[in-house]
Design a protein around this ligand. Structure first.
Ligand code: SF4
Length: 261
């Protein structure tokens, strides 16, 4: 999803989930651990979720559309771009979609496309044969069952070829402004580190998170968690010194040494 740079001097990397910002992660200046604002450190998962949402909103401002790093214009293009983003970076997807969307601007065009040409256009994203089957099958399903429109309900979206729950949530939240909380590897990892869930199943993580946040926060919260996971709360070596959540995160400095006071 298309990257509009939050906060000056910070950069993010495009990711596989298809979500936020494309660019390379850069270290932030270290900052001292600060006390949680308000009435102290939240003790409940819901309290931590709400405080994390507020802190990350300061850190990564913008709407879901602005935070999304996949270039697109409308739900159909976002659906195609999100399918293509599997197992590759958003930058790579953004390199191929302008020509793809020029050649096939509507579901009807893509449904009628020749597979060889589509494969050629999307080849740089990898797994191009199966992705071509998915985007063309998805376009045909839109034409056959939804009059060429992207449906606005999860239960319909997940019936489309190549569309799982995560992709559907991206389209709902970013493409349509509807409630949707995509859970990728970053969202899952951060949610567990922050003590928001103990689950590893993405659907259960989604259920836990959506129970703690307002529906209009779901999409942007997911995007911000992804950005934070790519830039700060790295999988193997999280940069807790630089993390704006380090004063209430139960996992802070459990991977690295706490800074000397
Ligand atoms: S304090 Fe460390 S473990 Fe917790 S969210 Fe921040 S970077 Fe991740």
């Amino acid at each position: 999803m298309a990257g509009k740079v939050p906060r000056a001097g910070r950069t993010g990397r495009a990711g596989s989930l298809t979500l936020p910002m494309a660019s390379s992660a850069q270290p932030r200046p270290a900052q001292a651990r600060r006390p949680a604002r308000g009435r102290g450190r939240p003790r409940s998962p819901k309290g931590r979720a709400r405080l994390a949402a507020a802190r990350l909103a300061e850190e990564y401002p913008g709407s879901a559309r602005e935070l999304c790093a996949l270039d697109h214009d409308g739900p159909f293009q976002l659906l195609v771009a999100t399918i293509l983003s599997a197992q590759t970076t958003d930058e790579r997807v953004n390199q191929v979609t302008p020509e793809l969307f020029r050649a096939y601007p509507t579901p009807a065009d893509l449904a009628a496309a020749g597979p060889d040409r589509v494969e050629e256009l999307i080849r740089p994203t990898g797994f191009f044969r199966s992705k071509a089957r998915s985007v063309m099958g998805m376009a045909r399903a839109l034409e056959d069952r939804y009059r060429g429109q992207v449906p606005g309900a999860m239960e319909d979206l997940v019936t489309l070829p190549g569309v799982g729950r995560k992709t559907a949530n991206v389209v709902l939240s970013v493409g349509m402004g509807l409630p949707g909380l995509p859970v990728d590897t970053h969202v899952g990892r951060l949610s567990r580190r922050l003590g928001l869930t103990t689950n590893t199943d993405p659907v259960k993580v989604e259920q836990d998170l959506t129970a703690m946040l307002a529906p209009d926060e779901w999409g942007v919260f997911s995007l911000r968690m992804i950005l934070h996971g790519r830039r700060v709360c790295l999988s193997r070596r999280p940069r807790c010194d630089d993390c704006v959540l380090n004063d209430f995160c139960p996992s802070a400095w459990t991977f690295t040494a706490r800074p000397a006071r």
